[in-house]
Design a protein around this ligand. Structure first.
Ligand SMILES: Cc1ncc(COP(=O)(O)O)c(C=O)c1O
Length: 442
């Protein structure tokens, strides 16, 4: 009998320390998932839940894809593990080549990791090491942005801009990090459809930091093209282009953290293509393996890779993980990219975006809704916080939607939606009608 159907007692729940979760609250009234297929999860009691968030922005091709499962099983039977240092295996090269094919032109080398957090730390380390191998070792400062989420490694929380993430470890953050202002401006941009009008000038803060520190001390700027975890912050029109121009003018590397925007979420394979802005480095994870095996990747430009390939032969980058390019993850990645290509999923969000946008903006005017914002198959819905209880209102909405069979995501008083890219129009209707009913009852 599958463990998934055995009810868990309070004692059974004790040992597992759930991440980013209110453990005491959860263990009093746990929400469990037992099974998944296509657009749906099922609870152990057999209740069907429509997945409006692709798990956690990662199951872009929908759950339980047989092609991926079989590829992973076959790979584990053939070659379960191969050390990635000083050895290689064919699927690793195949996946790197397949990724380069869909990546923005010019990003043609791939370093594999196991998560988004590791991708971010890897990208920051590559940026610092790159300046050093080129003889510009004074470029050590990193620039992130307020309200950014770049995972939970020390690098990621240092350039990230989430207060609780930074508060606890404030004395241990990387030195030499500055933050650009976030671009969230409800007063001027509320209820924007697609990229908001106001805020491109916020990129000019980078010029201010250059004037303060001198470009010769700045290594890289990292931003999420669309910030997801802090509540779907869509870049103002022209903002990313302006950042690119300033970085190029001063020899600063531009890193796009595409852990959530990668693999079709915006309507193009990557946000860099969608916004027509070419970064020097892209960090990836999540949709790379459709969420079924942990894996991340860092795409870098030829100029970056080539700079490391000069000088005496030897290990060019002292960095890597035991599970970099794990055979099972590579097999999952290859099968996932195959599904994306065959089913046109990397651009399908573009086709569905008009319906998505209409349904999203129909929520305007419902109780406590202070903003609706959307891009591709992404929604950010911001609610007026309950006095003295920030986050409680949206959490209530999250719980009620779950009771009514739709899984959404809540961050503070913002609700984020990002369904699998296989979502059907009728399922979009169901997501929004459920959300609307719940909001009306608030
Ligand atoms: C933009 C971004 N970067 C990095 C991460 C961290 O990824 P992981 O949780 O796989 O470490 C996330 C996770 O949501 C993310 O959204």
């Amino acid at each position: 009998m599958s463990n998934a159907t055995v009810p868990l007692s309070r004692a059974d729940l004790e040992a597992f320390w759930l991440p980013f979760t209110s453990n005491r609250q959860f263990k009093l009234k746990p929400r469990l998932l037992a099974k998944a297929k296509g657009m749906y999860y099922w609870t152990p009691e057999g209740r069907q839940i429509l997945d409006a968030v692709a798990g956690l922005w990662c199951v872009n091709a929908g759950h339980g894809r047989a092609e991926i499962t079989q590829a992973v099983a076959q790979q584990l039977e053939t070659l379960d593990y191969a050390p990635p240092f000083q050895l290689g295996h064919p699927p690793a090269f195949a996946l790197a080549n397949a990724l380069v094919k869909i990546a923005p032109a010019g990003l043609d080398h791939v370093f594999f990791t196991n998560s988004g957090s590791e991708s971010v730390d890897t990208a920051l380390k590559i940026a610092l090491a790159w300046h050093r191998v080129r003889g510009e070792g004074t470029r050590t400062r990193l620039i992130g942005r307020e309200r950014a989420y770049h995972g939970v490694g020390f690098g990621g929380i240092s350039v990230g801009g989430i207060t609780p993430n930074r508060k606890t470890w404030s004395a241990s953050l990387l030195p030499g990090v500055d933050h650009l202002s976030h671009t969230h401006d409800l007063a001027r941009n509320a209820f924007s459809r697609g990229a908001p009008e106001h805020g491109a000038h916020l990129a000019d803060e980078l010029e201010r930091l250059v004037a303060l520190h001198d470009a010769s001390n700045i290594a890289a700027v990292i931003v999420e093209p669309i910030a997801g975890s802090t509540g779907v912050l869509i870049p103002p029109r022209g903002y990313l282009k302006r950042l690119r121009e300033i970085c190029s003018r001063h020899g600063i590397l531009l890193i796009f953290d595409e852990v959530i925007t990668g693999f079709g979420r915006t309507g193009a394979p990557f946000a860099a293509q969608e916004f027509d802005v070419m970064p020097d480095i892209i960090t990836l994870a999540k949709g790379l393996t459709n969420g079924c095996i942990p894996m991340g990747a860092v795409l870098v430009s030829k100029a970056i890779y080539e700079a490391f390939m000069q000088g005496p032969e030897g290990i060019e980058l002292f960095h890597g993980y035991t599970y970099s390019a794990h055979p099972a993850a590579c097999a999952a990645g290859l099968a996932t990219l195959g599904v994306y290509e065959r089913e046109g999923l990397l651009t399908r969000a573009k086709t569905l975006a008009p319906q998505w946008e209409e349904a999203a903006h129909a929520l305007r005017g419902l109780p406590h809704v202070i903003d609706v914002r959307n891009y591709g198959l992404i929604l950010g819905l911001e609610l007026e916080p309950l006095a003295g209880k920030p986050g409680n209102r949206a959490f209530e909405v999250y719980l009620k939607c779950f009771e009514r069979g739709v899984l959404i995501r809540q961050s503070g008083d913002i609700i984020a939606l990002s369904p699998p890219l296989i979502v059907q129009p009728s399922q979009i209707d169901q997501i929004f009608s459920t959300l609307s009913e719940v909001l009306r009852g608030q």
